[in-house]
Design a binder for this molecule. Structure first.
Ligand code: PLP
Length: 371
């Protein structure tokens, strides 16, 4: 049997390129606390992402969690969000003492359904936390309109949308706050890491202090902060990976196009939509298996691939609203589309170095199950 194929594989610079990058860290003994590598990555990211303000964190989750804290939303207030996401999104809300209110998703692009948001707004609602899931962008204009109408903050979980643009503007520039993840499995990574883009200077200062224990200066600590600083070795990995990001995205595009060549227009298979005015990063390749039309269920496809050493993932199943830690707190009947999709979706392997011959083999296995 061929080697196992995982759903993703971290991209790596040449070893020598990384060694050259960390040489200065050895010489300077400056390992963390916003050193030269941190500063350099920060300014390169601002330029690449086309945003004016950006701070970096030890991981994407802490960026999200501290952003919610820095906004100062009243405890117990409600944040309208999606259950069709990674654990981090919902946990960031709950760990801030805020209440997630789950909105259903759009069946075609899997993002929060903007037509269902307004019915969920109450006098306790203070913010919305939508996700550009799989790199599919939310309906930004509608989000903006709703945010203005009800005076709600928008925090985008942009963990899947590094490098994407909407109408030629970097995606990090939308909303009050946008949070990226630089986890090893993401399109761009710094081993672990994350960034938050924002517009408001005071928010930025508060966010910076929260990632550094609430320290204002040597003698004044006026906030109960955490520690979420990105270290120099991670920043160095980010600097190396950013040099190659465009070619990485192009290689992903070739993989996605090969999948589409095989799986487009197959009855009962639903693929990601191609969104207008969007520069895509080809982050994920989800397929929704409509069993009655296709002939095989998501779980059957998952098992058939696994039997051949191919590890697809059931992203996002289960919904965060049905996690054991929230048992009895949320009613998933409120988000029927999210329930429906999460039972049928499978994310296929996708990374820059995935061989097109392997894509062919994966598609052969899937299409062999068609009845
Ligand atoms: C990866 C991810 C995060 C969290 O990022 P980390 O860097 O792993 O902490 C948050 N939200 C979504 C949707 C993600 O996929």
């Amino acid at each position: 049997m061929a080697d196992s194929i995982f759903v993703t594989r971290s991209s790596m610079p040449d070893l020598q390129e990384y060694v050259d990058e960390i040489k200065e860290i050895w010489d300077s003994h400056w390992l963390t606390n916003m050193g030269p590598k941190h500063k350099r990555l920060q300014s390169e990211l601002k330029e690449y992402l086309g945003v004016e303000q950006l701070d970096m964190f030890t991981n994407g989750h802490m960026g999200l969690e501290l952003s919610l804290q820095a906004l100062g939303l009243p405890k117990g207030s409600e944040v309208i969000t999606t259950p069709f996401t990674f654990a981090s999104t919902t946990h960031a809300i709950v760990r801030n003492g805020l209440t997630p209110v789950f909105c259903d998703i759009d069946s075609s692009d899997f993002t929060m359904d903007t037509e269902k948001i307004e019915a969920l707004v109450t006098d306790r609602t203070t913010a919305m936390l939508p996700v550009h899931v799989y790199g599919n962008l939310c309906n930004i204009e509608e989000m903006d309109r709703i945010s203005r109408k009800y005076g709600l903050k928008i925090i985008y979980d942009a963990a899947h949308s590094f490098g994407e643009a909407y109408k030629d503007k970097g995606i990090g520039g939308y909303g009050d706050v946008s949070c990226f993840s630089f986890h090893a499995t993401k399109v761009f990574h710094s081993i672990e890491g994350g960034a938050v883009c924002f517009h408001d200077d005071d928010f930025g200062k508060e966010l910076y202090r929260l990632k550094n224990f609430g320290i204002k200066n040597e003698e004044i600590i006026d906030g109960v902060g955490a520690n979420a600083k990105l270290n120099e070795f991670c920043a160095a990995m980010g600097i190396c990976n950013l040099r190659h990001i465009e070619e990485e995205i192009l290689k992903r595009k070739a993989v996605v196009e090969r999948y589409r060549f095989h799986l487009d227009r197959i009855e009962g298979l639903q693929l990601n939509p191609i969104q207008e005015n969007v520069k895509s990063n080809y982050a994920y390749f989800p397929v929704v298996f409509h069993e009655k039309l296709f002939g095989a269920s998501r779980n059957e496809v998952y098992e058939a691939l696994a039997a051949d050493g191919i590890n697809a993932r059931k992203y996002f199943y289960p919904l965060t609203s049905s996690f054991q830690c929230f048992h009895g707190k949320f009613d998933t009947n409120q988000t029927p589309v999210a329930v429906h999709i999460s039972k049928r979706v499978l994310t296929l392997p996708l990374y820059a170095d995935l061989a097109l011959a392997d894509v062919d083999r994966i598609c052969d296995i899937i299409l062999g199950l068609q009845r």
